[in-house]
Design a protein around this ligand. Structure first.
Ligand SMILES: [Zn+2]
Length: 150
């Protein structure tokens, strides 16, 4: 790592710390030549993917949009911001691992539902009822029992 001040090629790492839930490494560095201290971040590389809507339209995946849907489902539930943030990160990571450039919106919805189901049943029910657009209670019962089998 080059020193940003004097350009010297060698720096000493004073401290390494995991941040952003272990997805990034923060390093305090010290230039051996001029003693300048600076911080670097290493992050895993994420690729951008698109969402295929039910009507076939393709849109870029916007994390904030999914996050808002989760927030709405979690209103007044004992789920904090970090937990919601972690949900969206896990969903995103699962999709990254599948390496699909165009992801059906149903896939993303299913992943979020699964996450919410594990954390809070009320939030899950809210999310599912909006997302799945249930027409009557029997559809809903079916959905729950299919999740319980998984
Ligand atoms: Zn330097």
């Amino acid at each position: 790592m080059k020193c940003p001040k004097c350009g010297y090629e060698d720096t000493k790492v004073l401290e390494s710390r995991l941040s952003n839930e272990g997805r990034a490494v923060r390093r305090r560095r010290n230039c051996i030549q001029c003693n300048h201290r600076f911080t670097t971040y290493e992050k895993e590389e994420l690729f951008a993917f698109s969402v295929v809507k039910k009507d076939g339209r393709i849109e870029p995946f916007i994390k904030e949009k999914s996050f808002r849907a989760i927030q709405t489902a979690c209103q007044k539930r004992p789920i904090n911001y970090d937990q919601m943030d972690a949900i969206i990160h896990r969903v995103e990571r699962t999709i990254q691992e599948e390496s699909e450039r165009n992801v059906p919106s149903t896939r993303i919805g299913d992943l979020i539902m699964q996450e919410l189901y594990n954390i809070d049943k009320v939030a899950y029910v809210r999310f599912a009822s909006v997302y799945k657009d249930f027409k009557d209670p029997s559809e809903f019962t079916k959905e729950i029992s299919s999740l319980e089998k998984k």
